[in-house]
Ligand binder design. Structure first.
Ligand SMILES: [Zn+2]
Length: 184
């Protein structure tokens, strides 16, 4: 029987060590992404967008606590998102002063879209949690989707066109230019 310690340490300890290393990076990525634990949120599109210039972040308007941007994946042309700058997941988490601006910017988004696009109605909404359909559950965002009579028929065509990025920038520039005319 061999008693060489290097041979025995190449067996059991190696297997256990490898198993643990599968988990460590995963947990660290989670901890670093959780701002409640002091980490910077990484890869959050609603934290990144306002750090960019308006055109590349698709930003339509900037407030003190909140901003408005075009959805990169619109349900309809002009689909806006109202977001707090703060990386908070739920409507319940938004600070009072941000809440007032969040509501005011939602109204201004409606007025601006109605004037600029002649839409007939809107869908407003916030999906709270992945289970409720939120694509980015960790950062609150209010959808403001303009609706036209019969629009559900052409939406899938628009959503799949390769020209969408250009259309998005055209839409963003138009709405951004009109924004200040539609304050309360
Ligand atoms: Zn965020």
């Amino acid at each position: 029987m061999t008693t060489d310690p290097s041979e025995s340490s190449a067996d059991l300890p190696g297997v256990q060590d490898g198993f643990q290393r599968l988990w460590v990076p995963h947990r660290m990525a989670y901890l670093e992404a959780n701002p409640a634990r002091g980490g910077e949120p990484r890869g959050c599109p609603f934290c990144e967008a306002p750090r960019k210039d308006d055109a590349s972040g698709l930003v339509v308007a900037r407030g003190t606590h909140c901003f408005v941007a075009l959805n990169l994946f619109p349900y309809n042309p002009g689909h806006l998102l109202v977001c707090p700058y703060a990386h908070v997941p739920e409507y319940l988490d938004i600070a009072d002063e941000a809440l007032a601006e969040f509501s005011a910017m939602t109204q201004q988004a409606m007025r601006t879209l109605r004037a600029a696009s002649g839409c007939h109605g809107f869908n407003l909404g916030m999906n709270q949690g992945s289970v409720a359909g939120a694509g980015v559950a960790e950062h609150l965002h209010q959808h403001v989707v303009p609706r036209w009579s019969g629009d559900s028929n052409f939406f899938p065509v628009v959503a799949r066109t390769r020209a969408l990025p250009e259309l998005l920038e055209d839409t963003r520039a138009k709405l951004s230019a009109a924004w200040d005319d539609h304050a309360a």
